[in-house]
Design a protein around this ligand. Sequence first.
Ligand code: GLN
Length: 483
Amino acid sequence: MNNTIDLKNLTIKKTQGMIKNREVSCRSLVSAYQENTAKKNKDINAYLEIFDDAFEFAEKQDKKILAGEEPAELSGIAFAIKDNILIKGKIASAGSKILEKYRAVYDATVIKKLYGKGAIFLGRTNMDEFAMGSSTENSAFGPTGNPYDLERVPGGSSGGSAAAVAMQGCVAALGSDTGGSIRQPASFCGVVGLKPTYGEVSRYGLIAMASSLDQIGPIAKTVEDAEIIFNVIKGKDEFDSTSLGHLISKRTLNVQNNQKLRIGLLKYDRRGVDNEVNNIIDESVKILRNLGHAIEEIELPHLEYSLACYYIIMPAEVSSNMARFDGVKYGLSVKGENLLKDYMETRARGFGKEVKKRIALGTYVLSAGYYDEYYGRAQKARALIRKDFKEAFDAKKGNFDIILSPVAPTPAFKIGEKTEDPLQMYLSDIFTVPANLAGVPAISVPAGYSLSGLPIGIQFIAPWFREDLLFEIGKQYEQNSTA
Ligand code: GLN
C-alpha cells in the first residue's frame, strides 16, 4: 500500500480527504514517511530522532476509524517537531549538548492541541543550538543538508523542520521564529513558513531563546496547510501570560475571497541583495498586479536599525534565559570543586560557541553603566520600528493591507560559507527580523528558483492579528506563481 502513496503531492488537505474517505490508513501514511526518511535522513540529517511510537499512535487512530468513529481533523497527519518544543517523555535537546539527555516532563500547549486533533509526531528535528543561527550549522549534532543541494544549508534555525518537509519526511512541521527561523529555512527549502503575531500562539513548552520575540509556527507545503495548523495551535493559553487570544475574537475585518489589496513593496537597497532574488520580487509584483492588487513602494524609515536593535535585545534576553542551565535544574551536570565551579564547568562544556558568544554579549549590554546606552536605546529603536509598521497599516496614513519583501538576500548558501564571518551570517536575517521586533505576522511563500535550481521565497507581512490577510494573499499568489 505504501508504494501507492504519492508523498510528493500529499498535503494536509489531501490527506484529510483520503482519511475521511477511508482511502488510506494512518499506519500506511506513517510507514510511508518512515521508509522515505530511513532512505534520506542519513544524508540530510533533518531528524535528530525518529520516534518509535508513531506507528502505535497511528494504529490507535485506525482502530477508532475502523470502529466507525469520524476521523479527527488531523488524524493521520504526520508532523515533525523542532527539537525545542516539549513532548512529554521525549528528549528535547534544543540542538545542544547541555540538554542532550533531557526529557520533557510535560507537553507544550501546541503539542497538546495537535494531539487533541489526532496528529502524529514522527520525530524531532535538527536546529541551531537554542535556535541561535541561520543555517543549522550551530547544532551540536552536525549540520543539516538542503534537500535541493546537499552541499548547501537548509537555513535556520528551524532547518531540520524545513528540510523534513522538503524531503517528504513528513507532511508538515513546527518551527520557532525569533528573528526569521521559520521563514528563512522555508524560503531556502521551497516550502511555506508562517511566523504568527506575537501572542497568537502559546509559547508554553517552547525552550525560550528571546522571550519577547519567540513565536511557534507551522512549516508546510501549502498556504492552506499552514492555515489549518495555525487554526489548531493558536489561542489564549493560561500558561503563557503573553498569549493574547482574547484580541482575536474582537477581530471584525474578515478578508473576503479574492479581495483586492493594497500592497506596499518594501523599499530596500537592491545592491545588497542577489539579483536572482531581486528578479523574483519584480516577477511577484507583476503577478500580484495582474491579480488586480494595487502595489506601491513603501519606505519604513527605521527598518535600517532593525539588525542592530535585534542584536542587542535578542542577546540580552538570551543571556537571562540561558541562566537556568546551571547543572542543577536541567540536563548536563558537571561537578567541580564547589558550586561556582559546577556552574562554570557545566556551562563551559554544555554550551557551544555561538551560545557562549551571545550570553557574553547579552550580559555586557545589560551590565550597569551600559544598560541605558545599549539596551535602553535598542528598546527605543524597537518602538520606532513598531511605529513604522503601525503607520504603514493605518487607514489614515499608509493604508496598506500587506507589505511585500524578500525573505532573505540570497538563496541557500554553501555549508561553511558564512561560518567564519558572523556579520554575513547575521545579515541573512535583515528582512525577517523587523516582523519579530514589531510583533506582526509574516509568511514566506515559495516564489521561484535560482538558475541553479535553488528555491527562493517571498515574504508577506500583515498587521497584528491579520493572519487571515496573509493566507488570502498567499493562496492567491501560490495559485498564480510558477513555483
Ligand atoms: N538567525 C537569527 C539568529 O541567529 C534568528 C534565529 C531565530 O529566529 N531563532 O538569531
